[in-house]
Design a protein around this ligand. Structure first.
Ligand SMILES: [Mn+2]
Length: 333
């Protein structure tokens, strides 16, 4: 079902120094940032000329990440970014499976004549790349990058920065080593990363204990006033308007983590978090066990992702979107 190229094909492309651009999806999370910055540094150490371009900026609370200043933001320097992509020999797609995950920047990558290489763990990868490394059994793109570095025989190039970045990628995409994707191998890998200089205590505090006061109060407000459980179901949701986000001064990325809260209720098996922005509704779905929110997102909300964590987008009102979601369960219930 999935195209899976051999590591030797990648090695072949990287034999001589190349001009390389690394890209990741819009609204980058810990995995997108950690894996992309780590991959950028490894490739640089291997003698290539490498730039990392993200469609938009990272949340403020990731500004401690090693090498984060190297990230070029497409939204802010479009011409510069386009030139880099159009003159690149190789463009890497990290942590996304479809070019529309990058909005307008996806068109730029599409138009480039560079060799395109995808490294990703989301379901149903598009087939635009020249080489595809897609493994949906992996916890994170960070885990895949680690395995690729090993397969290339470059483990000794993993320094403390790279270890910290990959640790962050794996930590965030496994929900602190809690999700089903947290295999024995994941624990082995993070063991190696710790031995190479990743500090679990520091990373945990930087990633999770870094809220602004208004962000934590906003989480409290959502749980207290905005969380609903659909009657006679095991499904919950939280929906917030643009106005409410403004009232709490919530920036892009600061809602990360909120989507998981309803699952803390023992009999809630799935939940959705809806937020209104620029006349669109962004949705995060989360679930436990066998409840498949990837299919739900794919069939009804223009999205997808993983079985227990996926996203969607609607060009409709918040009210209509929530109603559509509720009706799916009321009818089936
Ligand atoms: Mn990921």
């Amino acid at each position: 079902m999935f195209k899976q190229n051999n590591i030797n094909e990648l090695k072949e492309y990287l034999q001589k120094p190349k001009k390389i651009v690394v890209t990741s999806h819009k609204n980058p999370d810990g995995d997108a940032l950690g894996s992309s910055l780590a991959w950028t540094k490894i490739l640089t150490k291997l003698g290539h000329s490498v730039d990392y371009i993200s469609p938009n900026g990272m949340p403020e609370y990731y500004s401690w990440l090693p090498l984060n200043k190297q990230m070029i933001i497409y939204e802010k320097s479009k011409d510069y970014a386009k030139n880099l992509v159009y003159s690149a020999d190789i463009v890497f797609s990290l942590d996304y499976n479809a070019l529309d995950r990058m909005d307008e920047f996806g068109e730029v990558v599409k138009a480039s004549k560079a060799v395109k290489i995808m490294i990703d763990h989301h379901l149903f990868p598009e087939d635009y790349p020249t080489l595809t490394y897609s493994d949906t059994s992996k916890s994170s793109t960070g885990e895949m990058i680690f395995e690729m570095i090993l397969a290339m025989g470059e483990e000794d190039k993993i320094d403390a920065d790279i270890a910290t970045l990959l640790y962050t990628a794996i930590l965030t995409d496994t929900g602190s080593f809690a999700f089903k994707c947290t295999t024995q191998r994941v624990h082995e890998i993070v063991g190696v990363l710790v031995s190479k200089g990743a500090d679990p205590d520091t990373v945990q505090n930087q990633v999770y204990n870094c809220f602004t006061e208004s962000r934590l109060r906003f989480f409290g407000f959502c749980i207290m006033n905005k969380m609903h459980i659909i009657p006679n179901t095991n499904v919950a949701y939280i929906a917030v308007s643009e106005k409410e986000l403004r009232e709490f001064d919530i920036q892009d990325g600061e809602t990360e983590g909120l989507a998981n809260y309803p699952l803390k209720i023992a009999n809630v098996q799935a939940c959705a978090f809806f937020r209104e922005k620029d006349k669109q509704i962004r949705i995060s779905f989360r679930s436990k066990g066998d409840f498949d929110v990837n299919i739900l997102a794919r069939e009804h909300f223009n999205g997808g992702g993983h079985k227990n964590a996926s996203g969607g987008m609607m060009r409709d009102s918040l009210e209509n979107t929530v109603k559509k979601f509720e009706n799916l369960f009321l009818q089936n219930g």
